[in-house]
Write a protein that binds this ligand. Structure first.
Ligand SMILES: Cc1cc2nc3c(=O)[nH]c(=O)nc-3n(C[C@H](O)[C@H](O)[C@H](O)COP(=O)(O)O)c2cc1C
Length: 217
């Protein structure tokens, strides 16, 4: 066994078989399972463990992907925030099917989520927006996300414009900014193991709740 294989092996030792792990069992719903893994990723010291890749595609099936931050997760789904005029948002409005990907390399774990997005309510977006720092709130107003910018000075000027406009006032939620919830239909948990004999479990939504299957690595 090569050194790198030994290191990989050592890294996964002690984590136990995913499904036999005492704290995580097949009877768990995948959201609780996901939260337990996210907590372990946070505790492992990984920087921004809540960062996830989100894939979108045009109605013709041309995909694109980028990283966003997971801000909420519960039984309803996975919530992130963005500019509703951005490239990703325009694609999601036309084709709400999407896929999320988390990769926690130190833990040799990957979670794949597939489902459909829906916009969260303005009240929910506002509740989150008001928790952001003032600079981020101004930044949301100033950025025409994904549109061409002639130079950085234009952006700096727009920031200045909104700083003046909202001076001494609360920064309100822009109507072009808010959250999307990815309502999951499939969630796959992948745990790296020695010799590429990885564990994979997929939860699929059905009329009777979540069904779980083990997949070949
Ligand atoms: C670590 C990280 C976190 C990010 N978080 C967000 C986010 O939560 N929301 C967002 O709109 N963009 C976020 N971005 C920027 C996006 O990756 C992307 O550049 C931007 O949303 C424009 O994408 P689009 O043109 O496909 O719409 C983040 C980027 C990185 C690297």
């Amino acid at each position: 066994m090569s050194l790198i294989s030994k290191i990989r092996c050592a890294l996964t030792l002690g984590q136990g078989l995913l499904i036999e792990n005492k704290t995580l069992t097949t009877t768990d719903d995948p959201i609780s399972f996901f939260k337990a893994w996210l907590k372990e990723a946070e505790n492992s010291g990984i920087i921004l463990p809540e960062s996830m890749t989100i894939a979108t595609s045009t109605p013709q099936g041309r995909p694109s992907s980028r990283v966003v931050l997971l801000k909420e997760v519960d039984q309803k789904g996975f919530v992130f925030f963005t500019n509703y005029g951005s490239h990703k948002a325009q694609e999601l409005e036309q084709n709400p099917f999407t896929a999320l990907l988390f990769h926690w390399n130190m833990l040799q774990r990957q979670v794949r989520i597939e489902g459909k997005v829906e916009r969260i309510t303005t009240e929910e977006s506002n509740a989150y927006f008001q928790t952001r720092g003032r600079g981020s709130r101004i930044g949301a107003w100033a950025s025409h996300q994904s549109q061409e910018l002639d130079n950085r000075e234009t952006l700096v000027q727009r920031v200045k414009y909104f700083e003046d406009k909202f001076a001494g006032k609360e920064v309100p939620l822009p109507e072009f900014w808010g959250g999307y919830r990815v309502v999951p239909e499939r969630i796959e948990f992948w745990q790296g193991k020695a010799d590429r004999l990885h564990d994979r479990f997929i939860y699929e939504a059905s009329e009777n709740g979540w069904e779980i299957k083990r997949l070949n690595p």
